[in-house]
Unconditional design. Sequence first.
Length: 617
Amino acid sequence: MTNCICYYNSPDNSSTGQGNNYFNNGCTTPLPSSGVNTFTNPPAFVDLAGGDFHLNPASPCINAGNNSLITNTTDLDGNPRVAGGTVDIGAYEFQATVHYVNLASPIPSSPFTSWATAAANIQDAIDAASAGDSIVVSNGTYNTGGRVVYGSMTNRVVINKAVTVQSLNGPAVTVIQGKRTPVNSAMRCVYMANNAVLIGFTLTNGATRTTGDVFKEQSGGGVFCESVSAVVSNCAIGGNSANIYGGGASSGTLNNCTLTRNTAVQVGGGAYSSTLNNCTLSGNSSASGGGACYGTLNHCLIIGNSARDPQGARIGDGGGTYSCTLTNCTLMNNSARVSGGGAAWGSLFGCLIVGNTALQGGGAAPNLLVNCTVVGNSAPSDGGVGGGLGGGILGGTAVNSILIHNTDTFGAPNYDDTTLSFCCPALDPGGTGNITNDPAFVNEAGGNYRLNTNSPCINSGSNAAAPGVTDLDGNPRIVGGTVDIGAYEFPTPTSVISYAWLQQYGLPNDGSVDYLDLDGNGMNVYQDWIAGLNPTNALSVLQMLPPAVTNNPAGLAVSWQSVSNITYFLQVSTNLAGQPAFSTIQSNLTGQTGTTSYMDTNATNGGPYFYRVGVQK
């Protein structure tokens, strides 16, 4: 085996003890007893779990083969077999030019395309690179040098082209350090142009100026990105500050990053106007949006952030986030001086909001919440006007959400001045689809807010409002036909009917009665549920009533036995042998208690007219 990768096989990679396997210029483990220039370091594929076996820019297999042993001119992708002067090990040739950085490089020589000639600082390697190239950086703390891009704001590292800058061994051992004092000579850690990529660094002690352009010189203490096309991955961004926006990061797309103890005077202690995926934001602070402001957050943990004006003014909104869109995130133990301990003025889908605190809206205020679980938040009073309101939610709208066991001083503890539908609060707010049963968590005291097997929230939400395709655990969002209430979907429902509805009539939720006609009215239990009927009362039916001829206006008044909170559609036919026999004449008809009517002003002659009514889901 020559210039080959033989790794991650089971039960072993080779039978080296038999003496019949020979490795030359290879990558395998354990080290073979025969052959030369073979190493055991992991090959560093782009995505091992996802089956992408192309080489990562930091792979030790790049330029590690033997040119004299190759026989083909192209790799498995059809690209040139030798792209950087020396053949790579493996089936795929890394196509971009790689530049290397080593703090202890003895003989730096541009363009720094080998470890022997590596640059002694990151900036030199970036300057020598072209768009599409990669820069691989060895261990160390990079805290010298600096460059201005805008005004008088100095950046420790300037990635001013579409290149990938990646550490060799990750953020624990590779640090880019800015400078926080004195203020007039503060230094940001990293500036990133459009389509630049930064992977695997710790960015710390960076700061912005207190004068100059509010975005380009006073925002993004850890990293400033020109747009969300700049990507920061697997980085630890901590202990940075900004005078205006984004103590840790301003703009950019952040993947699998941690943002800790960053501060901004105005908004976005952790991040401002960024897209964050699978990130953790903790201990960040600002006047508004302690964790993040004006951003999009997916699958993030937002914990222990705060919104308090450092200058003492009575502001401080959105301890966790302010004016952000969050999907499948957890907001825990955040606090705000005034409103929205967890989140303020945003949209939250499939989120868990627990243990947050603010004078108004301990969990959230005001927001759109869909399929969220809001538990254990508080809105205490400090004796001032407006405090102690809405421990769970103040204002806004909640759909398919659990709001329970929150506390406040003066208002309704779980919600105050909030529009609810298909929710599970302790007190009935009126509206559509709400239930007041205890949600039956698996272990609320232990912090497990998933639904137990008998939870009334199972199958009790509205599919029309269901967000995305997965729940907070990453499981399918709808299981059993109807979405559950809350952030977690119960994975194995035994009935397709709302558990709360079944419990209301004393029926089992094991699916045994779903398709039985218990009251003999011609409709099974599932159909009764869809139509909002009582499955134990034969008189509770969906049926047409005799139409009535009217003259003012002329036509037929068509009526049916109905219930409130159900939406109907009405169809008509003048020829039952026609194809199709019926056509819809009106939809979105809101049901009334007892009877609902519709005036068909087209029915003005002798007919015949046939009508049927259906439930609109």
